[in-house]
Design a protein around this ligand. Structure first.
Ligand SMILES: [Zn+2]
Length: 256
């Protein structure tokens, strides 16, 4: 006898049994908690961030550390039809003392103080004025309405008193330079009361080096203010009077 006995149904095996799912959930939870904790640690700043502020870029208005510009380095002013330009050489300045008295008074000191006053007076009268050294680079091709070089005479000639003015012997503009010389004789004599000492005009004056350096069209003259011995009081103590005479001579020439 054959009796059918049905095969017992094998239970279908779960691919993800309940136990495995629980394990996975646990691991996931632990990992999540660890992640959250680590996340907090990560986001918790351990060190305050340093905010770097870049230094401001240097500006063009920053104070310059360049050394003080010396007189000889000043550029020449530009010529202006309404403001004549005059160069004033302080004789021997920047080179040597010139004539020297036994007690140490030097021609260069007298020349410089007078030249400074001349420049001041001319500027006040609307004339652009440049104070120049004896051997000044700016003399090369100097083009202006006039150039005057200021010197003084020896301290070793007793009995000599007076002043004199000269221009270049080989002048390219003799008429203009004769007028400049005449104006200086007239005005300087009037202001100082000094006599003209014509006999002592030398080649040093008529062949003066600056006459060859300046532009040929610049009227130039050289003045010897007086003698350091007999005219000493005036030369040493009254530079303003000397300067008024020189400045008046230049203004006379400029027609002012
Ligand atoms: Zn001199």
């Amino acid at each position: 006898m054959y009796s059918y006995r049905p095969k017992p149904v094998q239970p279908i095996r779960q691919t993800t049994p309940h136990g495995q799912r629980t394990m996975f959930s646990l691991v996931f939870m632990v990992l999540s908690i660890m992640g959250i904790l680590m996340g907090f640690r990560l986001f918790e700043p351990e060190v305050q961030p340093v905010i770097k502020i870049a230094p401001p870029p240097p500006t063009t208005t920053a104070p310059s550390l360049a050394p003080t510009v010396s007189v000889a380095d000043n550029p020449l002013p530009t010529r202006d039809p309404f403001r004549p330009l005059v160069g004033v050489v302080a004789g021997h300045q920047g080179y040597d003392p010139g004539a020297v008295c036994p007690d140490g008074l030097t021609e260069a000191d007298v020349n410089y103080r007078t030249a400074q006053e001349v420049v001041d007076l001319l500027e006040r009268r609307g004339v652009q004025s440049v104070l120049l050294d004896e051997f000044d680079d700016r003399l090369d091709g100097f083009l202006a309405d006039a150039l005057i070089s200021i010197h003084a005479d020896s301290c070793m000639v007793p009995g000599a008193s007076g002043f004199k003015v000269a221009r270049a012997t080989d002048s390219a503009i003799p008429d203009a330079e004769d007028r400049l010389v005449a104006c200086l004789y007239q005005e300087y004599g009037d202001y100082t009361g000094l006599p003209e000492h014509l006999s002592s005009v030398t080649d040093n004056m008529t062949k003066y080096h600056a006459f060859r350096e300046i532009d040929r069209m610049t009227p130039g003259a050289i003045i010897e203010l007086g003698f350091l011995l007999d005219d000493r009081d005036l030369l040493e103590n009254k530079p303003k009077i000397l300067a008024r005479g020189v400045a008046a001579g230049i203004l006379c020439f400029l027609g002012k």
